[in-house]
Design a binder for this molecule. Sequence first.
Ligand code: AMP
Ligand code: MG
Length: 353
Amino acid sequence: MQRTVPLSVAIIVMLLAGCSAEPPPQQSRIYSMGTWVDVSIRGAPAATAESALDRVRTLLASYERDYYAWAPGQLADLNASIANGEPARVSTELAALIREAQRLSALSDGAFEPGLGALVELWGFQSPLAARSSPPSQAEIDARLAAATIGALDISGTIIVSETQNILLDLGGIAKGAAVDAIVATLLDAGIEHALVNAGGDLRAVGRSGGAGGERPWRVGIRHPRGPGLLGNIELDRNEAAFTSGDYERFFEVDGARLHHILDPATGYPISHTQAVTVIAASGTLADAAATAVFVAGPERWRATARALGVDTVLRVDADGSLEMTSSMRDRLNPAAAADSDIITPPGQDESD
Ligand code: AMP
Ligand code: MG
């Protein structure tokens, strides 16, 4: 009797452990679109996670090829057709993204302007290989400022025609969000219930991160734009996205002024009034475009721009380092527990872009 009690207890404990144990998380790190994309999947059988991750790798390769203007692929073909004054046929997905980019550009009153590819190229921000160390001349900037806006594109089904040949489309401010959304759709389609997709600090959650009772939300750190610490952390509701636009991703300095990759479409110059903007939204596409738009909108217009885009959880770091945020962000940002995050991505991790 004295022997059987401990034995049965041991068996019960083993059974309980067997019931509650879930497979170890599956992690995959894929370099794509100029950044590391980390996908963590939990609570799924290894084979399910592995085959979902295979689909994610294929998907990312297609985004890298077809949504980037400066390498052979669909977007480059579209830009070539526009330059030649010809209509172009694109994939259903690319047509839908360009239509959404057009809508968000109009709502942001042109702060988000994917038609400014010629300016991005002039500043050399399209690739590290094109980086320059001095600004272009005013005459060169003026020549490219005259380019048309994304509103000049007429999209019917999957056929795109431009009213003008003078536009170079750059989806750099929204494509990563679209890619993260496509990854999440792939994971959900594969039956994955819990995952975190982290594209160099731009994130989207699926389900919960586990922890006690398996129900803790994913908790993500918001990087300090002048690092190495965090501004705080935030818990993501099911399938929410958190995207940050920052002046630390691609830049060079001239006489102490930081010239970086987010441009004011009205002047053709890098924005100088803002260090970073983080937006939480239901999709990566919206969060990505909105973060860029609110960054450009600046101290006077950022709240109105966020409202117009339908995002209400926004954090803005001014050029002087001061923080401004919407009340919804204030309710959710937890500065005290900054170190206690599932994901911490200080500046510098992003091997940009
Ligand atoms: P993000 O990091 O999402 O803010 O995107 C920045 C990228 O978007 C830049 O590297 C450019 O390719 C592009 N971009 C720069 N300025 C703008 C703008 N005002 N509107 C839309 N895209 C922009
Ligand atoms: Mg963006």
